[in-house]
Design a protein around this ligand. Structure first.
Ligand SMILES: Cc1ncc(COP(=O)(O)O)c(C=O)c1O
Length: 349
């Protein structure tokens, strides 16, 4: 078997059927609003999320940033988890490009506590920045793909709205969350003012994301996207993959979740490894290898030599993600390879 790549769910290649959809797409100049495939995609995306409008963007980062720019003005305050993707991994665009001020509110392993959000909010006062926005992330990447239960999600949105804030949801993997929670993505989208959804993660597209919200908000997001250089021409080539993914690759995410659990349970049995099985709710497995004595880099190198590619979460974790290129056989082969690596390491020491 070839190299097993579980570094991220962004590592998929478009399938032959998706490539065919891309090749056959009707195209036009989207900056002139003339690409029929983009129109079709944006209608479908808005409908699936139960929102008035949607806008295709290049990436999740651009979707989040353009939504933040639409919601706030420089100096306004945004409440968000310091472990969120927007805070941790988006190159400071929140502050550096949108000019917004982050007010970090730590989640508890991916789940924000409404009491912590309420405590962080201050009354309007000339001394304080204007609190504009609460950002949520579901599933929560750095907490292992954890799902915010719908009831908690609603409570957080209600609290923010009662205090005059808007809510943006980084729903890069919202379909994973919805499937794991047994509800629809629209159930999560209902209570937020904007949502960003990635096509290039478990949905298997080579690129693309979308932002959904009210028509009025999406018009502002469109302007922000343009300002960021994200206006596109024959973007139907991206939208065609997106249509294919929304129609064919959503329900199958349940297979990725089942395989992630199978992987987690088997790895947890191996000497030196431990996994917080409670946190394995979707397609990610955070493997704690502290007991092996290896650093994350050392463990990842050993795995790479055995034909397994992971991402590191120093000091003593690696992350594995399941996606549409992984069958049950791939998962079993992966576990067998890890077991051999650990056996060799024990013999070496
Ligand atoms: C939760 C979350 N939000 C946003 C993004 C950004 O997506 P992109 O890499 O397309 O910019 C990612 C990417 O991994 C993510 O995991």
């Amino acid at each position: 078997m070839d190299v097993i790549n579980v570094r991220s769910d962004t590592q998929t290649l478009p399938t032959p059927a998706m490539r065919l959809a891309i090749a056959n797409a009707a195209l036009g100049d989207d900056t002139y609003d003339e690409d029929p495939t983009v129109h079709e995609f944006e209608s479908l995306a808005a409908e699936m999320l139960g929102k008035e409008a949607a806008l295709l963007v290049i990436s999740g980062t651009m979707g989040n940033l353009s939504a933040l720019m639409a919601h706030g003005s420089p100096g306004d305050e945004v409440l968000l988890d310091p472990e969120s993707h927007i805070f941790y991994y988006e190159a400071g665009g929140l502050a550096g490009v949108a000019g917004l001020m982050p007010l970090p509110v730590a989640s508890r392993r991916g789940l924000l506590d409404p009491a912590d959000v309420a405590a962080a909010l201050r009354p309007p006062d000339i001394h304080y920045p204007k609190s504009r926005l609460l950002c949520l992330e579901n599933t929560h990447n750095r907490s292992g793909g954890r799902v915010t239960p719908l009831a908690l999600h609603r409570e957080l949105c209600q609290l923010a709205h009662d205090r005059g804030l808007k809510v943006h949801l980084d729903g890069a993997r919202i379909f994973n969350a919805a499937i794991a929670a047994g509800c629809s993505a629209a159930d999560y989208a209902r209570d937020v003012d904007s949502i960003q959804v990635c096509l290039s993660k478990g949905l298997g597209c080579p690129l693309g994301s979308f932002v959904a919200g009210s028509r009025q908000l999406i018009d502002q997001v469109d302007r922000a996207r343009k300002r960021l250089g994200g206006g596109m021409r024959q973007a139907g080539v991206i939208a065609a993959a997106g249509i294919y993914a929304l129609k064919n690759n959503v329900a199958r995410l349940a297979d990725d979740h089942r395989r992630a659990r199978r992987l987690a349970v088997q790895l947890h049995e191996l000497p030196g490894l431990s996994i917080d099985l409670q946190c394995v709710e979707t397609n990610m497995v955070y493997v704690d290898h502290q007991a092996t004595g290896m650093s994350s880099d050392q463990f990842a190198h050993r795995l790479q030599a055995a034909g397994i590619i992971v991402s590191t979460r120093p000091p003593h974790q690696v992350r594995m993600c399941t996606h549409l290129h992984h069958s049950d056989e791939v998962i079993d082969e992966l576990v067998a390879r890890v077991e051999r690596v650990l056996r060799r390491e024990t013999a070496r020491r």
